[in-house]
Design a binder for this molecule. Structure first.
Ligand code: RTP
Ligand code: MG
Length: 143
């Protein structure tokens, strides 16, 4: 199986709940390695750029307001089928529909404040990783 990288965000609601470590532990338990990580408080412009694909959607302004409401953790996760594996750990966008034991079932407040983001395809993963991290900020985990 292919070793992939995916981009992940611990969103402001989960940072405010003080569950960064619990969420990182889920990544690690699933065999995903954190190869880059930092805390950032997104500007309006940075959040709008990140979610540009949703610009015309009715929830766009609320989404940007929420994502800039407090600091987030951004990270690059590496592992076998990392993109799909992370989406499985996260659960459905709406926590009411998220499977038991997923991050959103356990930590999300609502479809808007849903604890985590994860890239949905190889193209978006590559774009999102480079939107937040330079090559030098991503570490090789060789041992
Ligand atoms: P994400 O991008 O954050 O990993 O979430 P996702 O793929 O599961 O969901 P997506 O369709 O990409 O939507 C991005 C974020 O917008 C908010 N959203 N609100 N009120 C709504 O109907 C609605 N739909 C989406 C969520 O915060 C979602 O994570
Ligand atoms: Mg998405």
């Amino acid at each position: 199986m292919a070793i992939e990288r995916t981009f992940s965000i611990v969103k402001p609601d989960a940072v405010a709940k003080n569950v960064i470590g619990q969420i990182y532990a889920r990544f690690e338990s699933a065999g995903l390695k954190i190869v880059a990580s930092k805390m950032v408080h997104l500007s309006k412009e940075k959040a709008e750029g990140f979610y540009a694909e949703h610009k015309e959607r009715p929830f766009f302004n609320d989404l940007v307001a929420f994502m800039t409401s407090g600091p987030v953790m951004v990270q690059v996760l590496e592992g076998e089928n990392a993109i799909k594996a992370n989406r499985e750990i996260m659960g459905a966008t709406n926590p009411a529909e998220a499977a038991r034991g997923t991050l959103r079932a356990d930590f999300a407040n609502s479809i808007d404040e849903n604890a985590v983001h994860g890239s949905d395809a190889p193209e978006s993963a590559a774009r999102e990783i480079s939107y937040f991290f330079s090559d030098e900020e991503i570490c090789a985990r060789t041992r």
